[in-house]
Design a protein around this ligand. Structure first.
Ligand SMILES: C[S@@+](CC[C@H](N)C(=O)[O-])C[C@H]1O[C@@H](n2cnc3c(N)ncnc32)[C@H](O)[C@@H]1O
Length: 224
């Protein structure tokens, strides 16, 4: 039986459906603006802010995981400057568009980040930097959001970090069909509560939020 690791007030604990790439299709068809397929859109404001930080960072020899491919702006910015970039999306067009770019060491996977398939797709400790500007925006339920965080932590190298943004943290799918519980609109306190359940510490730099493995006090100190 699933036992939640944290409580920020979610009511939908287990949606009872294994997440797949069609999970948000009904909402997508109902919405009158692009919801899932950003292959032909400019990066969102939050993605653009993350990209500005990436452009100034030294990420040589780093492996990047970009969750929520969009128009592959991250790969277009970093290809050739980092060791590799992998992206995941539920949008068929983003998957096709990204892979067709032919960028070096870049691959896009059509996967729901909450799924077991995603949890099993990559070797543990494969990434130095994980980007997701919509960490909880598409959470179907607490069980599957927890699975996502568990997967992220397993994929992260010891000194790695997860990077997200204030704007995307506050946004949840809300179109009148298959809406996400508003509780998943994150603020700094909720993000810290979730992160600490996975041994992660949160560092805020203006509108950017970095999640890293929390350092245990006295780590490495020999016991008398
Ligand atoms: C609003 S678009 C943002 C795209 C890009 N990150 C940007 O900000 O410009 C949301 C992105 O998240 C992806 N997405 C939504 N739910 C997802 C899920 N459960 N698993 C994987 N990707 C998902 C969509 O396919 C899309 O790439």
């Amino acid at each position: 039986m699933f036992r939640p690791r944290f409580d920020i007030g979610a009511q939908r604990i287990d949606c009872g459906r294994e997440p797949d790439v069609a999970t948000h299709d009904a909402a997508d068809q109902f919405a009158s603006w692009p919801l899932l397929d950003y292959s032909a859109c400019e990066p969102t404001e939050d993605q653009a802010a993350i990209n500005r930080w990436l452009a100034a960072a030294d990420l040589r020899d780093r492996d990047i995981l970009h969750v929520g491919t969009g128009n592959s702006s991250v790969a277009r910015l970093l290809a050739g400057k980092v060791r590799g970039i992998v992206s995941v999306t539920v949008a068929h067009n983003e998957w096709q568009h990204g892979n067709a770019l032919g960028l070096p060491q870049y691959s896009v996977h059509l996967l729901n980040k909450h799924s077991d398939d995603f949890a099993r797709q990559f070797e543990p400790a494969s990434f130095d930097c994980i980007l997701d500007n919509n960490l909880a925006s598409f959470a179907c339920c607490q069980r599957h959001l927890e699975r996502y965080f568990e997967t992220l932590v397993s994929l992260l190298r010891p000194e790695g970090f997860i990077l997200t943004h204030w704007l995307g943290m506050q946004w949840t799918l809300d179109v009148g069909v298959d809406d996400v519980e508003p509780v998943w609109q994150l603020d700094a306190g909720k993000l810290r509560a979730i992160a600490s359940a996975y041994g992660l510490a949160v560092e805020r730099q203006d509108e950017l939020f970095f999640l890293r493995r929390a350092r245990t006090p006295n780590a490495g100190t020999a016991k008398p």
